[in-house]
Design a binder for this molecule. Structure first.
Ligand SMILES: [Zn+2]
Ligand SMILES: [Zn+2]
Ligand SMILES: [Zn+2]
Length: 277
């Protein structure tokens, strides 16, 4: 599998839309890897897209993408840095021309409400061009060649309104944890029961070196997660670990984060990062 990080920030972005903190001022000056846009990834050159934030349009320009060809979108949750459904409505007839395929969207029931709101504003839907499929927590389902497992995240309202996913293809397994706090016992049990052995793990590291609150993780929690996975045999020395989803309020620049991780094998994500595993 191949993963491309189109965006790697929390909702406000880096620099944040309104902010004069040190990290934001540094990003404005240094640019490059210090600039971060909202969280979105592509798997296998667009075979599957994960999340559709307001910054999607910016990503199309930046990476020279034509997403009319993408037919599968998996949604994690309803926060605006992961879903801006109003732009999805422009896939309907009357806005979009020359579209012959359908975009199938997968997400939970709560996220479906946010999706529906955009189409209610339009007063119509167009299921030949775009369709939402509801999935439940701890469900195993298929999107083309991808076998996917949903887990309720420690995030949002903490009421199964946000999901994280295990994604399997061609004998490779990845764990995508945006956004969530440290996994619960129930989540670890589900992972254990399925005997996952991950080739790739993308970890929520919103708070970096700062104190952790329950809806996200920091570096300490990421390292605890790696230790737990080792203990449970869910990873080995070949497993690739990436820290991602950074808030300017985490207080560290990209350069500083590299120093903060005692586990030097953890890759610090940046916009445009591509990894094949
Ligand atoms: Zn987020
Ligand atoms: Zn800031
Ligand atoms: Zn979120």
């Amino acid at each position: 599998m191949k993963i491309k990080y189109l965006g790697t920030s929390a909702a406000e972005r880096v620099p944040a839309v309104f902010c004069k903190c040190r990290v934001c001022e540094n990003a404005r000056k240094v640019k490059g890897k210090e600039l971060r846009t909202q969280t979105q990834i592509l798997l296998d050159d667009g075979d599957l897209m994960i999340d559709f934030p307001g910054d999607t349009y910016h990503h199309l320009m930046k990476y020279d993408l034509d997403i009319t060809d993408i037919d599968s979108l998996l949604l994690t949750h309803w926060h605006s840095d992961h879903l801006y459904a109003e732009d999805l409505a422009y896939r309907m007839d009357g806005y979009a021309n020359g579209i012959t395929n359908k975009l199938d969207i997968y997400g939970n029931e709560f996220v479906h409400g946010f999706y529906n709101r955009a189409f209610e504003l339009e007063g119509r839907t167009d299921k030949s061009k775009i369709e939402y499929h509801e999935i439940n927590p701890y469900q195993k389902f298929q999107i083309k060649d991808y076998t996917i497992y949903s887990l309720p995240a420690q995030h949002g309202n903490f009421q199964e309104d946000c999901f994280i996913y295990v994604i399997e293809k061609d004998g490779k397994q990845m764990f995508y944890t945006h956004d969530t706090g440290y996994p619960t016992e129930e989540m670890w049990n589900f992972l254990k029961k399925n005997n996952f052995k991950f080739d790739f793990v993308s970890m929520d590291c919103n708070e970096q070196g700062k104190k952790n609150y329950s809806a996200h993780m920091n570096i300490e929690k990421n390292q605890e997660m790696i230790r737990q996975m080792k203990k449970l045999g869910m990873c080995d020395e070949k497993t690739v670990f990436v820290a991602d989803h950074f808030s300017h309020n985490g207080g560290s620049t990209h350069e500083e984060m590299k120093q903060l991780f005692s586990d030097k094998n953890v890759i610090i994500a940046y916009d445009g990062l591509e990894i094949e595993f």
